[in-house]
Design a protein around this ligand. Structure first.
Ligand code: ZN
Length: 199
């Protein structure tokens, strides 16, 4: 089953950004799916992204009473975290990989002694979020919350014991062509454009 949990407003905003496509898609694996998510479209459409981040910021404002920084991993989540920080009136910092290892740029000196909310674009395994938490731990920065736009894990897996908040939960089943229900209904098949990651 394809699970898609979000209210109509959130769903429409993702559709407006062209990041979330509904139809009948051929994935690089050769399997077919009903939904297709292309996260690069979020960055490509700032006006649509801003509306999505408005909702994320409102959720963070409701749920996290006190923090100083929004921290996001480079590169995909920088625009999202930065916008969220701007809307929340907080500071922003990002982590990046240096020789494979996730680090916080030394220039973000104000982080020490602060509390941080981590903002990431998509949750799949939680690996990069774990690395961001490790970076923050090294700086003795407590994590006050973890938020993603899209949860593809199939139901908010906790990362290091902390719940991950998301706007959209999207667990997509991929079908072999022989058993594909969209093929059975005769829907035209589309092959999405070049992208590193397929749903
Ligand atoms: Zn099909």
């Amino acid at each position: 089953m394809t699970e898609l949990a979000a209210d109509e407003t959130v769903l429409n905003l993702f559709k407006d950004s062209d990041a979330l496509l509904h139809g009948h898609f051929k994935l690089t694996s050769g399997k077919h799916s009903e939904w297709y998510f292309e996260k690069i479209r979020l960055i490509e459409n700032p006006a649509a992204l801003e509306k999505i981040v408005d909702l994320l910021a409102a959720k963070i404002r409701r749920e996290v009473p006190a923090f100083d920084y929004v921290v996001s991993p480079a590169y995909g989540a920088i625009a999202i975290g930065f916008l969220a920080a701007l809307k929340l009136g907080k500071k922003f910092a990002f982590t990046q990989r240096a020789d494979e290892r996730m680090t916080i740029r030394s220039g973000f000196s104000g982080l020490d002694g602060s509390r941080a909310v981590i903002v990431e674009d998509i949750l799949t395994t939680g690996g990069s979020i774990q690395e961001v938490i490790a970076c923050l731990k090294e700086r003795q920065v407590p994590v006050a919350g973890i938020y993603v736009l899209v949860d593809r894990s199939g139901g908010a897996i906790p990362v290091e014991g902390k719940a991950v908040g998301s706007l959209l939960a999207l667990k997509v089943e991929a079908f072999e062509p022989e058993v594909c229900p969209m093929c059975a209904r005769g829907l035209p098949l589309t092959k999405p454009g070049a992208s590193d990651k397929k749903v």
